[in-house]
Design a protein around this ligand. Structure first.
Ligand code: AOF
Ligand code: ZN
Length: 323
């Protein structure tokens, strides 16, 4: 199982919002084939594993899958059918699949066909690695992170709208890596109008880019702005954030990164729609002619957040708060 998990991991950024999955076939204690899910929308781990198998299946062969094999027709066909028709007699599963389309049905299909199933091996590891995927199906909404860049005096931007970089170049590079982890990036009309951001993940490896979601009541946008130049963009005019998140939950999105100004960020916090707050803080002040991120002295305490980790990035500090 450790090996099945290991071979799934290099594809983290390419398979999302799907989970990372690895599969092996053993004969005795020898691995005779292995495969991973390598790209969103493409072959599942089990299929790749069978395609690379160079011998006939006998009663001695056992399959190991880090996730319960699927039993549904999604972008690809059901893995259970492939397993059953291969004649394999035993399968060991890391974790059951929380996706309601699968959830236990894959295992049942295999058992009904006479395949012996063992499940729950290194289950916690599989769940931890695919945290967003499990979170979405358990909570029926995506994991929501809010990222902000703050001056030492807790400010977001200058009152007159003039833009200044608050944090260092290295911190801004780190933000690109954070973006790469998410299935969607959500922002507001003010941020797009004032900052003209690209809001994609600019990293030096191939990824399935996050979808971009713009919350705005403005219905006409200049398509030449940076935001509209890359990947998938959706404009949502709804004001109720719970309705917005319900809409996003119906899509294949397990995680949302909110990168917006103080108004929208505070609205998400007040509605309890934030699981993680990522703060990049510069050592410099913006002063009186600037807008505060939060009201009050200990803003994060108001929302029951605890500091869970912090890092130094050049002159800045990155702090992660969770509930
Ligand atoms: C498997 N093996 O390698 C993966 C599974 O749209 P599809 O057909 O790609 O199906 C995606 C769903 O299948 C995904 O949400 C999850 O429930 C499961 N992932 N299942 O048997 C795999 N990646
Ligand atoms: Zn499958």
């Amino acid at each position: 199982m450790e090996r099945a998990i290991e071979i799934s991991m290099p594809f983290k950024y390419l398979v999302k919002p799907n989970p990372m999955v690895g599969a092996l076939i053993l004969k005795g204690d020898q691995i005779v084939s292995e495969g991973a899910h390598q790209k969103y929308g493409e072959a599942h781990a089990e299929v790749n594993c069978f395609n690379l198998l160079k011998e006939e299946i006998t009663d001695e062969h056992v399959m190991i899958c880090s996730l319960e094999p699927c039993n549904h027709h999604g972008k690809t066909g059901p893995c259970t059918e492939k397993i059953i028709s291969s004649g394999i007699k035993k399968i060991i599963i890391g974790s059951l699949d929380p996706n309601p389309k699968v959830a236990g049905k894959g295992m049942k299909k295999l058992q009904d066909a006479g395949v012996e199933v063992v499940q729950g091996i290194l289950e916690d590891k599989v769940k931890e690695l695919n945290h967003f995927f499990f979170f979405k199906h358990i909570n029926e909404r995506p994991f929501i992170s809010i990222k902000i860049a703050s001056s030492a005096d807790g400010k977001s931007h200058n009152l007159d709208g003039s833009s200044t970089w608050i944090t260092s170049k290295k911190s801004r590079k780190d933000v690109q890596l954070v973006r790469a982890e998410f299935d969607a990036i959500l922002t507001g009309g003010n941020t797009v109008r004032n900052d003209n951001p690209r809001m994609n993940a600019r990293v030096n490896f191939e990824i399935n880019q996050p979808k971009k979601i713009l919350l705005t009541s403005q219905n006409k946008w200049n398509e030449n702005m940076n935001f509209f130049q890359t990947s998938d963009v959706e404009i949502i005019a709804e004001k109720n954030l719970h309705t917005v998140i319900n809409n996003i939950s119906r899509q294949n999105i397990n995680s949302v990164l909110v990168e917006a100004g103080p108004k929208l960020v505070n609205a998400f916090l007040k509605e309890g729609l934030c699981d993680e707050l990522i703060v990049y803080k510069s050592p410099d002040n913006l002063g009186d002619a600037a807008v505060s991120w939060f009201e009050g002295k200990k803003p994060f305490d108001n929302f029951d957040f605890n500091l869970t980790s912090s890092y130094t990035i050049d002159r800045d500090k990155k702090s992660i708060y969770t509930k």
